[in-house]
Write a new protein. Structure first.
Length: 352
């Protein structure tokens, strides 16, 4: 009984023992955060800005910021959401259920309606320009602004070392824990047949046969310049992928093999390709002198820029050990798709 009374008393008199005090949230502008990054290192901040997602870029900006020398703010998600930018270096994916940790503590992400809107709108862009050329940085359908709350890690520069985040350690980092106040402005990027409808884009890929940890092992081989072993690891993975289902395509010419895989994967992904889908190109098998395999690919796209597909292969060179001829069977390394579509779930989004 005394123990119970002591606990009850402590609940009123010792709240700091039973309940962890929440860390203060600093409301700040993008410009202030960039200029005074060191003052907010490892602090929780709330900041409103526009997200910039491109190749090797996922950053928060504000056109009002005038100091171009101030550190940029790279964005990543908390929780188990993988990075959405392609950048150097390493593997930036997270397996479902594996939450990002900082200093041994999980950094959660609130996956509510505002997050879903932000995630979809930021990633919505054409796959190709109207001329059919691959998009570089001018194909986004929306310019997305939101208020982001999360843990901030400042870029550090000293005489002895540089510690940064994002592409090549370019920036400071904001780990997003919550998104509110999402607003999207329609850009001038053209749409076909859905001018006033909200658009989102989904990505699909062949299921990798690699086990957890193999990607890290592959990167370690590359870092150690053990390229032959790394290439063999890729080939072993591709062999496992290639043995699934009917394998008649493996001995066919490149274009026929790629088309067979495309049809198979469309069925697997439950996608319907544009009836006027265009073949972009099939690259001739090629490789570096020190490589033991040739690499080739085929790609397709829709005229409205809303669909894009690719199939990638490798096969042993004629002069490679254990290769019997230049017509060694194809190995499927990957098949990928990116399809944009009208998304009714975005009907309530603040798009203007």
């Amino acid at each position: 009984m005394r123990v119970v009374l002591a606990l009850i008393a402590c609940a009123f008199l010792c709240p700091s023992i039973l309940f962890a005090q929440p860390k203060p949230v600093h409301d700040i502008t993008v410009c202030e955060l960039r200029l005074h990054a060191g003052e907010f290192d490892h602090e929780t901040v709330r900041v409103r800005g526009t997200a910039d997602l491109e190749f090797e870029i996922f950053a928060l900006y504000d056109p009002q910021c005038k100091d171009t020398k101030a550190t940029d703010v790279w964005l990543t998600f908390g929780g188990d959401v993988s990075d959405i930018a392609t950048y150097c270096c390493g593997d930036h994916s997270r397996r479902p259920g594996h939450v990002l940790e900082l200093d041994g503590k999980p950094v959660p992400l609130r996956k509510d309606g505002a997050f879903e809107q932000f995630y979809k709108l930021v990633r919505a862009s054409r796959n190709r320009t109207p001329t059919g050329a691959p998009c570089a940085s001018d194909c986004h359908f929306y310019r997305v602004t939101a208020t982001l709350t999360g843990v901030f890690l400042a870029e550090k520069n000293t005489e002895k070392e540089h510690l940064g985040y994002g592409h090549l350690g370019c920036c400071s980092l904001l780990i997003i824990e919550q998104v509110v106040g999402v607003s999207a402005e329609r850009t001038a990027v053209p749409l076909s047949g859905a001018q006033n409808e909200p658009i989102s884009c989904d990505e699909y890929a062949t299921a990798s046969p690699q086990r957890p940890g193999q990607q890290r092992q592959f990167e370690e081989l590359l870092n150690q310049n053990k390229f032959v072993l790394a290439e063999k690891m890729t080939a072993d993975s591709a062999e496992q992928l290639s043995r699934r289902g009917d394998q008649a395509w493996r001995s066919k010419p490149l274009a026929m093999a790629a088309h067979a895989i495309l049809i198979r994967e469309l069925q697997h992904w439950a996608l319907v390709a544009d009836p006027k889908l265009r073949l972009d190109k099939c690259t001739e098998p090629a490789s570096l002198d020190e490589q033991r395999y040739d690499y080739a690919s085929c790609s397709w796209y829709s005229g409205d820029g809303m669909q894009d597909f690719s199939v990638n292969f490798m096969r042993k060179k004629k002069n490679s050990p254990s290769a019997t001829s230049s017509r060694s069977p194809w190995l499927l390394t990957s098949a990928n798709a990116r399809v944009c579509h009208v998304d009714a779930a975005l009907a309530t989004a603040n798009i203007h």
